[in-house]
Design a protein around this ligand. Structure first.
Ligand code: GLA
Ligand code: GLA
Length: 700
């Protein structure tokens, strides 16, 4: 396991609790600010994020700055030992800028320049935008660089979208010329442009994909998305430049979103000192809340793995999230579990959007720690304060490492390619949901997983899972093969190894560059209507944990075993009797091919068996009830219960200390509805080596 990381905020070795604070909305009533700081103390808040949307309040006209209100907030925060995450204001431009420099306004795919309004709608190429950002960011850095409570930088806000202005067009063409070494012929081949007479005879013919132009060239679509990621990172770097120059020792982040796949966040993360993200799950839209929680854990597991160190949950809703179709209130208790869930998976913070509800605007009903009737006497405030008090007792968790034996590939470029391609099913492709379905059995067994991109290193893992790895970029198959030959276990599924990095199909038989390793050839991919299913019948003595009958839905690869051992076959359709699950030995390892999209019971049995066979680290030896997960982080185990009614956990013969109240815990314990435990390892086993400890736990 890697060592404990240095605190994200220098000399502040605590978990961060706080959130987005918009004091400028209350500039007419500064007594509200004093009330805010009084309440922050009661809520156990030690960090605020200010300035995210403050540009006009800081620079009402170009070159005239007003920092008085921000100075006052820094003073109050310093007095109360509150750390300040200072945001740069690029997420929402002032009106004067749009009037004076129209190039900062984004152009949509129909060529319409947008008017001033809203937010997150700047052109990320426009020099006028970048220059104005750099100017105000430099002012902020110069003014606050010596403040002892200036903790870190939060650049812009939730980058997203694309711009189709002339500046972006020409930047895209330049990007393509570099990528294809100025060789149009290479580009035409990579994009398969003889199809529909798309051959490009001059670089100037290339526009970004759009509904009123090109949309049928998959390689073009994917390259445009790659360009958009690069251009966002370039813009971020331009915004960060003065911060790096004036305050070189302060960490810099930008807040990523949750289930959002427009940008390649793995690539973006490399430009950051700390990954942070905004978590806004829906809850209570179905009977099992824990199924929602699995996706949240999946995202945390991904954000932690991005830089292989603690991250920040930069925003979350303490109450209602007001953008959902139905904004159902999170049920009492869930807030604390959600907060501890983030920490369990490697977050060193629980931060909210927002500290106080505004009186007006689109987000006036969005959950906040402080309600319109500002008082500590309400449920949300009490739950936030309860979590704050718990976090204050968990200093030893801050910076603590996480370890995973399992990596699951969820790759953005692959996601774009799958969504983009026509067929073999144009609805319900569900790439991300499929990755979450393969992640779920590990959640239920308390086994940590790193969610990674296909270009990340695979060494150090025992098990590598790549659901629907449709696109295989150069080098990836070779690295998977090395991983297996060196003793790793690899699992992939239907619709894998189909195309290369520009979406050209492999012609050596699917799964293309993985065919030999997997020992199978996929001849056809059949897709079914939603209500249809095909039985999967395990082979006798399959040793893959399978028994009884399973159901395959939506995707069924029709495969031939070419050396692989058949562990299950289809029980119906024209491919009845053909393999549905295979394993192939290569070097010291094994490679499994799951030919169809299977039910949850299949995943539970199949991965349950692999967890045992490969002796994967479980946070608790005990079998966990449905709806409960256990997550190991450093010397702590977080037990997180998302059930609507109480369940019982059996710790067996292990004894733990409750890190929140010092109680010794052993035997059977009742876990009330929506509740969590933070356990410290038993003293006797943390003295042993990590490996010995894991073994003894998993043998129980
Ligand atoms: C039409 C067109 C063809 C091809 C097929 C696909 O018939 O003429 O070029 O696109 O549809 O079904
Ligand atoms: C995002 C934004 C915030 C706010 C919240 C509301 O995370 O960054 O400014 O709009 O959503 O949920």
């Amino acid at each position: 396991m890697p060592d404990r990381s240095a605190p994200i905020i220098k000399n502040f070795p605590h978990l961060l609790h706080g959130g987005d604070y918009n004091p400028e909305q209350w500039i007419r009533t500064p007594q509200v600010w004093d009330e805010d700081f009084r309440l922050m103390k009661l809520a156990g808040v030690n960090t605020i994020t200010i300035g995210v949307f403050s540009w006009t309040m800081l620079e009402p006209e170009e070159g005239r700055f007003e920092f008085g209100w921000m100075d006052a907030i820094f003073d109050k925060a310093e007095r109360d030992h509150v750390q300040v995450i200072l945001a740069t204001p690029g997420g929402a431009r002032p009106g004067w800028m749009a009037q004076k420099y129209p190039e900062v306004l984004r152009v949509d795919e129909f060529g319409r320049r947008q008017k001033w309004g809203g937010r997150h709608n700047h052109c990320f190429t426009a020099p006028a935008y970048r220059r104005r950002c750099q100017s105000i960011n430099a002012k902020l850095a110069e003014r606050y660089k010596d403040r002892p409570n200036l903790a870190m930088w939060h650049v812009n806000n939730e980058y997203s979208g694309e711009c189709h202005c002339d500046l972006c067009h020409s930047a895209f063409r330049g990007w393509l010329r570099r990528r294809y070494n100025d060789d149009l012929d290479a580009l035409n081949h990579a994009w398969w442009n003889t199809f529909w007479a798309r051959t490009i005879t001059d670089w100037s013919q290339i526009d970004p994909p759009s509904k009123i132009g090109e949309g049928a060239v998959h390689g073009h679509n994917i390259d445009w998305k790659r360009f958009c990621t690069d251009q966002h990172i370039d813009c971020f770097n331009a915004e960060a430049e003065p911060l790096r120059r004036v305050t070189p020792s302060l960490p810099i982040t930008t807040n990523f979103m949750g289930v959002f796949n427009e940008l390649d966040y793995y690539k973006f993360a490399k430009a950051l000192d700390v990954v942070s993200w905004d978590s806004y799950p829906s809850y209570h839209d179905r009977p099992n809340d824990w199924l929602n929680a699995v996706t949240v854990s999946f995202l945390h597991s991904q954000r932690r793995a991005m830089l292989d160190k603690p991250f920040l949950m930069m925003e979350s809703a303490p109450g209602m999230q007001n953008y959902k179709p139905v904004c159902k209130i999170k049920r009492p208790g869930l807030h604390v579990v959600e907060g501890l869930q983030a920490i369990a998976h490697g977050s060193d913070s629980v931060q909210y959007f927002q500290w106080r509800k505004g009186r007006g605007g689109l987000e006036k009903f969005h959950g906040a720690v402080v309600d319109h009737f500002a008082s500590e006497d309400n449920r949300v405030f009490r739950e936030v304060a309860e979590l704050g008090a718990a976090m204050a007792r968990l200093d030893d968790v801050a910076g603590a490492p996480s370890h995973a034996d399992v990596a699951l590939i969820y790759d953005y470029e692959n996601h774009w390619a799958i969504d983009n391609t026509k067929g073999p099913r144009n609805v319900g492709k569900n790439y991300q949901e499929t990755c979450v379905a393969h992640y779920r059995p590990f959640w239920s067994n308390g086994v940590n997983v790193d969610v990674i991109g296909a270009d990340e290193p695979f060494d150090g893992y025992k098990l590598l899972i790549a659901p629907m790895l449709y696109m295989i970029r150069p080098g990836v198959a070779e690295r998977i093969e090395q991983f297996v030959r060196a003793g790793g276990t690899f699992v992939t599924t239907y619709f894998s190894g189909v195309v290369n990095e520009t979406d050209l199909c492999f012609t050596n038989g699917f799964p293309g560059p993985l065919r030999e390793l997997m020992g199978v050839r996929a001849e056809e991919t059949d897709t079914l209507y939603d209500e249809e299913s095909v039985a999967i019948l395990p082979a006798k003595g399959n040793r893959a944990g399978l028994s009884g009958k399973y159901a395959a839905r939506q995707f069924c690869d029709v495969i031939h075993a070419e050396g692989a051992k058949v562990l299950a076959s289809y029980g119906g359709e024209y491919y009845k009797g053909q393999p549905a699950l295979t394993v192939n030995k290569a070097g010291a390892g094994s490679a499994y091919y799951v030919a169809s999209r299977n039910d949850a019971r299949f995943h539970a049995d199949f991965y349950g068996q692999l967890i045992d066979q490969l002796d994967l680290t479980r946070a608790l030896g005990a079998k966990l009830p449905d709806g409960v997960t256990a997550v190991e982080r450093g010397d702590f185990v977080f037990v997180l219960g998302f059930n609507r009614s109480a369940v019982t956990i059996d710790f067996g013969r292990s004894t733990f200390t409750d890190a929140l109240n010092g109680r010794r815990l052993k035997g059977k314990l009742r876990l009330p509805r929506y509740s969590a435990l933070v356990l410290r390892r038993p003293v006797e086993s943390s003295a042993n080596s990590t490996n010995a400890r894991r073994k003894s736990l998993s043998r129980r």
